[in-house]
Design a protein around this ligand. Structure first.
Ligand code: IPM
Ligand code: MN
Length: 357
């Protein structure tokens, strides 16, 4: 029997509550589908930082390389200044472990309330690939004359060809697999999203790399370029146009929050920070929702979905699709996906999914 070593960082606020339900469901899947899961818990997050002044050290991040995957709850503490935990913990892990893909599925399950009029599950089923190590997130830039009327601040969008190419490669490969799986005569294009009408350096780098890789290596995959502002329009107006979308880091951050809303909100949206050659980390994309901490009101489906993505990525495809079916079934039973309005508490939703698995 194969056993996977999972590092769990439950994190702050409601993170531990939703992670507990995710672990419950993963254990059910492991026993049904005959594989092992060995969970090791780490207390990184706001509470530890407030107590010890430590976030996560270089050595502690390196230690995470001994695991098959990382399962993350949520990062963000009301008593910690914004930015400290985000950059010191979440982004540090993403960067240090070179998790260069942020994979965010946008899928509307039947029975889920969609804020878009007349859109059905068959209209909303795509994946956003957000580049996860470069761009404005690298922290290039600085401040001078701080606190004076002449203060200057810069944050630079940084990309090199290698970083762009490896992300595009992942996107083309995923698109190829999805085209093969679906076997439609007219597959949807692979979309590249940027802002090349204004960001003429980085936008042009992405666009040329996209065109070159498409022409040379994937001539059968149709390509379409879209500006990021227009993309937000089309996600709302015509989500059925999209199948795989690839974009740079900040644009991906923004459009995936929109994506989360059209699939039913933060109660269901999950993502994976992936290093195809290394250790990947899976997380619900909503925050730590501190006001709900301990109230059992928060929806664990997003964390459960993150767990599903994790075992799918580890190769347990049957178990992953059983979880997906169980989540889809739960979606038809919950009154709403929003915290406090589900008609069930956090644990009951976890039990429902676990027993279906
Ligand atoms: C996300 C979050 C993070 C990001 C923050 C918390 C640093 O918004 O995962 O989308 O910007 O990537
Ligand atoms: Mn975000």
């Amino acid at each position: 029997m194969k056993t996977y070593k999972i590092a769990v960082i439950a994190g702050d606020g409601t993170g531990p509550e939703v992670v507990a339900e995710g672990v419950k469901v993963l254990k059910a899947a492991a026993s049904t589908f005959k594989f092992g899961l060995d969970f090791t818990y780490f207390d990184y997050g706001g509470d530890r930082y407030l107590k010890t002044g430590k976030i996560i050290s270089d050595e502690e991040v390196q230690e995470l390389k001994n695991f098959d995957a990382i399962y993350l709850g949520a990062i963000g503490h009301p008593d910690v200044k914004p930015g400290i935990l985000e950059t010191g913990l979440l982004l540090k892990i993403r960067f240090d472990l070179d998790q260069y893909i942020n994979l965010r599925p946008v899928k509307l399950y039947p029975g889920v309330d969609c804020p878009l009029k007349d859109k059905k599950p068959e209209d909303i089923d795509f994946v956003v690939i957000r580049e996860n190590t470069g761009g404005i997130y690298t922290g290039h830039g600085g401040v001078t004359r701080k606190g004076t009327p002449d203060e200057i601040a810069t944050q630079v969008m940084v990309y090199d060809r290698r970083t762009v190419d490896r992300c595009l490669k992942f996107a083309f490969e995923l698109k190829k697999r999805r085209n093969e799986e679906r076997e439609t005569s007219r597959p949807k294009p692979l979309h590249l999203v940027h802002k090349r009408n204004v960001l003429m350096n980085c936008g042009d780098l992405w666009f040329r790399a996209f065109e070159e890789m498409g022409v040379k290596e994937y001539p059968d995959i149709s390509r379409e370029y879209m500006h990021v502002d227009a993309t937000t329009m089309w996600f709302v107006k015509n989500p059925e146009w999209f199948d795989v979308v690839v974009t740079e880091n900040l644009f991906g951050d923004i459009i995936t929050d929109l994506g989360a809303m059209i699939q039913g909100g933060m109660g269901i949206a999950a993502g994976g920070n992936i290093n195809p050659q290394g250790v990947s980390m899976f997380e619900p994309i909503g925050g730590s929702a501190p006001k709900y901490t301990g109230k059992k009101m928060i929806n664990p489906l997003a964390a459960i979905e993150a767990g599903r993505m994790m075992i799918d990525f580890l190769g347990e495809h049957k178990a992953a699709s059983a979880i997906e079916q169980a989540v889809a079934q739960a979606c038809t039973k919950l009154k709403s996906l929003s915290a406090g309005k589900m008609g069930y508490n956090t644990e009951e939703v976890g039990d429902m999914v676990a027993s279906a698995v």
